[in-house]
Write a protein that binds this ligand. Structure first.
Ligand code: GLN
Length: 487
């Protein structure tokens, strides 16, 4: 069983199907790894003692998967890594979870994250930071840092994350795994606790493109329970696992290579481009002129939506409630006091910051100056992409300006933390599919991630280009040392 950590999810699925692997043993193998290694990494919020497999059937039947702690699993705790929800139990399955069950996957637990997905380092979690499996002094990225670290350390073959401004891709790049954010609407958001409803998207985190395409096949598709889910037909993504990029036009935007980009990251991206060129792709320089506004626009729009979405956590319906202390004069004023106390204690600092920023930008007098203007610039950013996609098939960029930074390095400086999303945010604002994949290591041994951004609903080309790169490199096969411990 020890070689299970070097098998892909699909290979494990095949082994189970052929009877060479026993699915319960597979489950307990990973469960034991979590128990042994995770007290150090802190990538899981909860892992389930029993084997939660459902009856469905697919090439991934019986393969364990972890779920970010903001996606509902019926009867299980769901907290968004927030104190305010720390006692909340989901009363239904998210659509993605229902689909995983129908495909027979075994849900093994929930993963750590920044509170309500606000962050880029998983340091904003009520449960504490998730360490990077490549270097325990570094962050795992965020907000899906738990999912990315768990997959990198092979505590589970793959996981689901959510991405509002980069939260699947940035931690995947920090941890040396693949993180895929599908087109907005491709995957149902029903049962995903909303951060910013016009930007949020669920997607897979895996070690290789074969698993990634297979998982997309399971989770994508229209859903009557999500009015924003798209009715577009879902192709079989595994058909795009072709080692051929001849004729594909790859655009390289000059705005993504400016100030702030780490030199080793830049070099790795240039080397990757060289590989694509040798394999017959056309590389063209392009420009996305409104990129410089993306971070500002994103933080206004996402915080406005977040402040509205988080109103429901008031101590009445869900989770934590600060109890009335009738005798105490401080509390004599009842309901509004209770709201204040509950939210004051239940939310962390970053969550409060987002609520303030959003409420302020939506308030009368500022709405036009901030929110409305941000919406207009969002359209300009989308127009930039529409124009460029008349010339190129995909866009290639670094995923993040730097590799994983140190724990506590940016936590007191929210602005510099926000800037770690400069390359990922535009894809969310424009609703486009994007993927981060391993493209090398720094001299210090930290993973470097590269990103493809595709046309709307053209996940297939991202899979084809990414898979082709994977066929010519072996970065995705490297396993951090911690994963070998005790095997
Ligand atoms: N880091 C970004 C933020 O803090 C993106 C988070 C996300 O994609 N959920 O908002």
């Amino acid at each position: 069983m020890d070689n299970l950590i070097s098998l892909t999810g699909i290979e494990i699925g095949e082994g189970i199907k052929k009877g060479e692997l026993n699915e319960k043993e597979v489950y307990f193998f990973f469960k034991q790894r979590i128990e042994r290694i995770d007290p150090f990494l802190n990538s899981f919020v909860e892992s389930y003692p029993g084997h939660l497999r459902c009856e469905g059937n697919s090439s991934l039947s019986g393969v364990p998967i972890a779920i970010k702690d903001n996606i509902c699993i019926n009867g299980k705790k769901i907290s968004c890594a927030s104190k305010i929800l720390s006692s909340h139990i989901a009363v239904y399955d998210a659509t993605v979870v229902r689909r995983l069950r129908m495909a027979g996957l075994a849900i093994i637990g929930t993963t750590n994250m920044d509170e309500f997905a606000f962050g880029s380092s998983t340091e904003n979690s009520y449960y504490g930071v998730t360490r990077n499996p490549w270097n325990a002094e570094r962050v795992s990225g965020g907000s899906s840092g738990g999912s990315a670290a768990a997959v990198a350390a092979r505590l589970v073959p793959f996981a689901l994350g959510s991405d509002t401004g980069g939260s699947i891709r940035q931690p995947s790049s920090f941890c040396g795994v693949i993180g895929f954010k599908p087109t907005y609407g491709r995957v149902s958001r029903y049962g995903l606790i909303a951060f910013a409803s016009s930007l949020d998207q669920i997607g897979p985190i895996a070690t290789n493109f074969i698993d990634c395409a297979s998982l997309l096949n399971v989770i994508c598709g229209a859903d009557s329970k999500d009015a924003t889910s798209a009715s577009q037909e879902v192709p079989d993504f595994t058909k795009s696992l072709i080692d051929d990029v001849r004729g594909i036009k790859i655009g390289v935007p000059k705005e993504y290579f400016g100030q702030g980009l780490d030199q080793q990251t830049k070099k790795a991206i240039e080397e990757a481009l060289e590989i694509f060129k040798q394999k017959g792709a056309h590389i063209c320089k392009i420009s996305l002129p409104h990129t410089e506004y993306a971070v500002a626009v994103y933080y206004i729009i996402s915080s406005c939506e977040a402040s509205s979405n988080l109103q429901r956590f008031d101590g009445i319906k869900y989770g934590y409630r600060k109890r009335f202390r009738i005798q105490n004069s401080e509390f004599k004023n009842s309901l509004s006091e209770m709201y204040k106390e509950t939210r004051g204690e239940g939310f962390g600092e970053e969550t409060k910051r987002r609520i303030f920023l959003g409420t302020y930008s939506l308030s009368s007098g500022y709405y036009e100056a901030y929110y409305l203007r941000a919406l207009k610039v969002r359209r300009l950013i989308k127009n930039d992409f529409d124009k460029v996609y008349r010339e190129v098939d995909v866009i290639f960029t670094p995923t993040s300006p730097t590799p994983a930074f140190k724990i506590a390095e940016k936590i007191t400086d929210p602005l510099s933390m926000y800037l770690s999303d400069v390359y990922t945010i535009s894809a969310n604002l424009a609703g486009l599919p994007a993927v981060s994949f391993p493209a090398g290591f720094t001299k210090e041994g930290l993973p470097i991630g590269a990103q493809f951004i595709g046309r709307e609903f053209d996940e297939a080309t991202l899979i084809r280009a990414g898979f082709s790169y994977q066929c010519s490199t072996d970065y995705h096969k490297k396993i951090p040392k911690i994963a070998h411990e005790g095997t």
